[in-house]
Design a protein around this ligand. Sequence first.
Ligand SMILES: Nc1ncnc2c1ncn2[C@@H]1O[C@H](COP(=O)(O)OP(=O)(O)OP(=O)(O)O)[C@@H](O)[C@H]1O
Length: 119
Amino acid sequence: MKRNRVGFNYALAGLKTAIKQEFNIRIHLSILMIVFFMGWMAEVSLTEWAIIVVVSGVVLTVELINTVIEYVTDVLFPNYDQLAKQIKDISAAAVLISSITAFTVGLLILLPKFWEIIS
Ligand SMILES: Nc1ncnc2c1ncn2[C@@H]1O[C@H](COP(=O)(O)OP(=O)(O)OP(=O)(O)O)[C@@H](O)[C@H]1O
């Protein structure tokens, strides 16, 4: 039990470090807060909240893993290297794909709600 708590503390420390060091993570968190506010405004259903939470979690998780990959790549390849470029580019592509997916899901859920409100 104590071990789990210690592990959780390390995870929180990692999250704090990532937020402090990575501009992209701060951007994603800001967008997430805006989306949550819009979801609250649009009174989305429980199922829609679940979908928003899942896709948001996926984007943040992928962004954190991408950060780790970038750090590890920097350690393994301090100089320019074609493989390092490919690793970082593919990792960035994972972030892009998850972000586009989340954006599309957000549009599918929120757009009809706001359309209903303004029309
Ligand atoms: N060691 C390297 N060798 C070859 N290309 C690299 C190397 N490091 C970075 N690059 C190229 O530069 C791009 C940007 O790398 P960088 O490490 O700055 O990450 P980033 O995408 O800008 O993320 P962040 O803004 O979080 O630092 C990579 O996607 C890759 O194409």
